[in-house]
Design a protein around this ligand. Structure first.
Ligand code: HAM
Length: 425
């Protein structure tokens, strides 16, 4: 026999049935809240031309430079498993001329992303995001609404979180700032870590992301973008803050906050939770007014965010989803072949009415069927014997309190419906 292939790739994992209830719960909540805010779902392909991410996210970023799953497909074309979805959403927006109708286009998505990062708690190579993008306006109220929705979604799940906010300037004011930053970096580059040394000239803003202790005193002394914003960026930032104030959304201004993707201008934010370890960012986002043009499209002002589902699910309070976990309403146990056929018909009828029914064709003796019913947590067991079936009845047993009684077959659905609203679909 060949060796059994029993391991997934490093950083990849299966989401097993025992944990999937949490995922479904969070995903359903996202659908509901994002729709309340007027967003519509979009599903883009998870594999794209490599050029899309190189141009969209930026050649000098860690994502494009070190982390992408890129390979030649059978047509000898360089393709990449998406490391994020913003570039894909903008590509789809342009490809389908969604800007033609004018006004704001509000899209959300969820699904797997791929980054070949160093493995760490809270970090996977295949991970899942839910995200939202609003395209077609640079009004600061759009920024504030986007942030409010992201926070409301997280808070509605009972998860503690904090908003970190900054403005990273625009194509007008940033180049002048970068020049100043690079001049300052040149003075201390010899004392900085290897990563900072490299970033000092290629992607200087990212120096602010460095976590190496010995670099911190130097980084603390560097000029920050917030002090170099042009009048328009400053006004935009002030307006975003006052819309957030009006909405009662608290925030901490973090002048060092820069994001790992090149497309950001003006508003940049992260939502962090103290319940996570070193990878404490649940969500990140910002404005990306130049991305459409970088991809060859017309100017489109836009803002969005993405939230790491793996991390959110990890810190989801237990009581939030316990009720959501749907166990089978009914386990159908049978004695003999004829009863099994009848059980199949009854289960089909109940399932079509929205009840969750479990029927095991290979369980064998009644004792085994009961053992299974207990294991899967069924609420009731219906015992179908041939004699009873001939009389149009069966025995119903409640597994919680062991009560057992005879029930007429046409009354089963009514009984399940009236004993717990959660039993109906
Ligand atoms: P990002 O900050 O790269 O932004 O990712 C957003 C979130 O995805 C992070 O805050 C984190 O929760 C999660 N995440 C990222 N990498 C991993 C990983 N390796 N394992 C687990 N979770 C991870 C973006 O992706 C932008 N596209 C967000 C955006 C949308 N900006 C504008 N629109």
């Amino acid at each position: 026999m060949e060796d059994l292939i029993s391991n997934s790739l490093p950083g990849m994992r299966d989401l097993l049935p025992e944990e999937i209830g949490r995922w479904q719960f969070v995903e359903e909540r996202a659908h509901r809240i994002f729709r309340c805010y007027g967003f519509e779902e979009i599903r883009t392909s998870i594999i794209e031309p490599t050029e899309l991410f190189a141009r969209g996210i930026g050649d000098d970023t860690d994502i494009v430079g070190k982390e992408m799953y890129t390979f030649m497909d059978r047509s000898k074309r360089s393709v990449t498993l998406r490391p994020e979805a913003t570039a894909s959403v903008v590509r789809a927006y342009l490809q389908n001329s969604m800007y033609r109708g004018g006004g704001l286009t509000k899209l959300y998505y969820m699904g797997p992303m791929f980054r070949h990062e160093k493995k760490q708690k809270g970090r996977w190579r295949q991970f899942y995001q839910v995200g939202a993008e609003a395209l077609g306006s640079d009004h600061p109220a759009v920024d504030a609404e986007m942030i409010e929705m992201a926070l409301w979604f997280i808070m509605s799940l009972g998860v503690e979180a904090r908003l970190l906010l900054n403005s990273v300037g625009c194509r007008k004011c940033r180049p002048r700032y970068i020049e100043r930053l690079q001049a300052e970096l040149a003075k201390c580059v010899a004392d900085l870590c290897e990563d900072c040394g490299r970033r000092a000239s290629t992607n200087s803003l990212r120096v602010f992301d460095c976590k190496v202790d010995s670099c911190q005193p130097y980084i603390d002394g560097l000029p920050v973008i917030a002090d170099h914003l042009c009048a328009e960026c400053l006004e935009h930032f002030e307006n975003v803050k006052s819309y957030l104030d009006e909405a009662g959304v608290g925030y901490t201004i973090v002048p060092r906050l820069v994001r790992g993707l090149d497309y950001y201008v003006r508003t940049a934010f992260e939502i962090v939770s103290g319940e996570l370890g070193s990878q404490n960012a649940i969500a990140g986002g910002g404005r990306y007014d130049g991305l459409s043009e970088a991809l060859g499209g017309p100017p489109v002002q836009a803002i969005g965010f993405a939230l790491g589902l793996d991390r959110l699910v990890m810190i989801l309070p237990e009581d939030q989803f316990a009720e959501q976990q749907r166990k089978p309403d009914l386990f159908l146990a049978y004695l003999g072949e004829a009863a099994m056929d009848r059980a199949t018909e009854i289960a089909r009828d109940l399932r079509h009415q929205g009840f969750s029914c479990y029927l095991d064709f290979a369980a064998g003796r009644l004792k085994n069927q009961f053992r299974l019913a207990n294991r899967i947590g069924a609420r009731y067991v219906l015992i179908l014997g041939e004699d009873e079936l001939a009389r149009g009845v069966a025995s119903m047993k409640c597994l919680a309190d062991s009560r057992q009684w005879e029930i007429a077959l046409p009354e089963i659905a009514g009984y399940l419906r009236s004993h717990g609203p959660e039993n109906t679909a």
